[in-house]
Write a protein of this length. Structure first.
Length: 231
């Protein structure tokens, strides 16, 4: 899902303003989950300050601290929380914090309810580390992330998203995109003009039913699990 407009350019367009996260809250009652999230997001920057919480009370205390976290990755069902009602409370109390729900519950109705509350994203705990990283990058760039399969009620439409095949050249462009190359370098590597690269990107966005470069990479990683990702 994206909150921006279709843009084949280098950066994508999103509804929110880009954010360079400096303080990130990881709230989960399982230490292994917190460690895994930190490992998955390590490449966001060496100067990140990680703040951890293991229950709802400590999570709220971390959010109330000054300065507040820029980004909060919060488990839906920690001790002391009340599921969706608690997330709604966090949104009311700290509306400026980009809040991403991380959960083992993968129910389309639940995800749609959370997105309607204004959370910046929903990341299933079953997602691979590379997908988690791209999802958080999308959120930090001003977008809203949730797996397409969970937004469209059970996966039928999501499966159809990938039925339209890409041409071999489009697959090459998509692979370059996943490596983080800008249009100029994609053109140079594939012997194309930048205008041709943009045409291919438009076709890729349409085929994958996405609206920007980051979402294209996320969709491609589900479509082709071995696709490389930007470090």
């Amino acid at each position: 899902m994206a909150t921006g407009t279709l843009d084949p350019g280098d950066g994508g367009v999103h509804a929110g303003a880009p954010l360079r996260a400096r303080r990130v809250l990881l709230a989960d009652d399982h230490e292994m989950v917190r460690l895994a999230m930190r490992a998955a997001l390590a490449t966001l920057g060496p100067d990140l300050e990680w703040i951890e919480a293991e229950d709802a009370t400590s999570a709220e205390a971390r959010l109330a601290a000054s300065p507040a976290p820029d980004l909060a990755l919060v488990d839906l069902n920690m001790p002391g929380s009340q599921g969706v009602a608690w997330i709604a409370h966090l949104r009311r109390q700290w509306p400026s914090v980009r809040l991403v729900v991380v959960s083992a519950q993968e129910e389309p109705a639940l995800v749609r309810q959370l997105i309607a509350l204004g959370v910046a994203g929903f990341i299933p705990k079953s997602d691979r580390a590379a997908v988690v990283l791209q999802a958080v990058r999308l959120v930090l760039s001003g977008g809203t992330y949730a797996p397409l399969r969970l937004l469209e009620g059970g996966g039928t439409r999501a499966a159809a998203t990938y039925e339209e095949p890409l041409t071999p050249r489009q697959e090459q462009v998509l692979e370059c995109l996943a490596r983080g190359l800008p249009n100029k370098l994609i053109a140079r590597e594939l012997g194309l003009t930048e205008g041709t690269v943009k045409v291919h990107l438009m076709a890729i966005f349409k085929a994958l039913e996405v609206r920007n470069r980051t979402e294209a990479v996320l969709a491609a990683q589900r479509r082709v699990p071995t696709l490389p990702t930007r470090a």
